[in-house]
Design a protein around this ligand. Structure first.
Ligand SMILES: Nc1ncnc2c1ncn2[C@@H]1O[C@H](COP(=O)(O)OP(=O)(O)OP(=O)(O)O)[C@@H](O)[C@H]1O
Length: 230
């Protein structure tokens, strides 16, 4: 993937198995969000292919990929501010999940429970603080009934207690068989959920494997962890 003269992803070969949980780390500007954009269909790789469950989806629109089971939670949540929390999740269940009427409402109610939002279901999204906005972003993603969720820095800005709740919620998602691809700078949170870590730097995958091994890889320490620690 390139933007003008800027090569943002280069020879990235990346596969996620059914039900797997993969963390993606790397310095700012490494290309992590761009990779999620390619996987979700927001941008088309040039050249390159994206497959989902054995089907080439490179030319499939993001909304169609969502209906197929590719869910996404964005780094900067943008809910429908004038709608309530419940209405936002019903929209996701209906348009992203393809459910109608009572079934969409039932899915939305279940997801609100799962994400700890049931008590504020009738609040307008525009009135929410950061924690609840992040939870709503996750809820909207889950309401689409995904087979894989692409999560972009949903832990950023949360307190330790809030992050612990988030870890529990994401573990629960995983236990239901949904695969997880999670970009996160807060590595100690990430490794509580994932069993594989991919480190990117300047558009390339520089390490890919069990978290304990990736975190002590000299190349990863030099490109990412060393800089993060200083
Ligand atoms: N639409 C775009 N047009 C031009 N350049 C872009 C575009 N999107 C991303 N970039 C550039 O691509 C590079 C990778 O950006 P990307 O957001 O994928 O990095 P990242 O690893 O997710 O970073 P961060 O950890 O800061 O979120 C950056 O140099 C960014 O400025």
């Amino acid at each position: 993937m390139r933007f003008g003269d800027l090569q943002v992803l280069e020879r990235v070969d990346f596969a996620v198995q059914n039900g797997a949980a993969v963390g993606i780390v790397g310095p700012n500007g490494a290309g992590k969000t761009t990779l999620l954009n390619v996987l979700s269909g927001a941008i088309r790789p040039q050249p390159g292919t994206v497959s989902f469950q054995g089907r080439d989806v490179t030319r499939t629109r993001p909304d169609q990929r969502c209906r197929m089971g590719v869910g996404r939670a964005f780094q900067v949540p943008r809910p429908f501010g004038g709608m309530t929390v419940l209405e936002n999740v019903v929209v996701a269940a209906s348009y992203g999940g393809g459910l109608k009427g009572a079934r969409a409402h039932r899915r939305a109610a279940d997801v609100l429970d799962e994400c700890g939002l049931a008590e504020i279901a009738n609040r307008r999204a525009e009135s929410l603080g950061l924690l609840h906005r992040k939870r709503l972003e996750l809820a909207r993603c889950l309401a689409t009934g995904p087979k894989v969720v692409l999560l972009d820095e949903i832990g950023a800005g949360l307190t330790d207690a809030e992050a612990a709740d988030l870890v529990a919620a994401i573990r629960h998602i995983r236990s239901s068989g949904t695969a997880i691809v999670w970009i996160e700078h807060i590595v100690h949170i990430l490794v509580q959920v994932v069993d594989r870590l991919v480190c990117m730097d300047t558009g390339r995958v520089i390490a890919d494997g069990p978290p304990a091994e990736v975190l002590k890889d000299a190349v990863v320490i030099d490109a990412y962890l060393g800089k993060a620690a200083t």
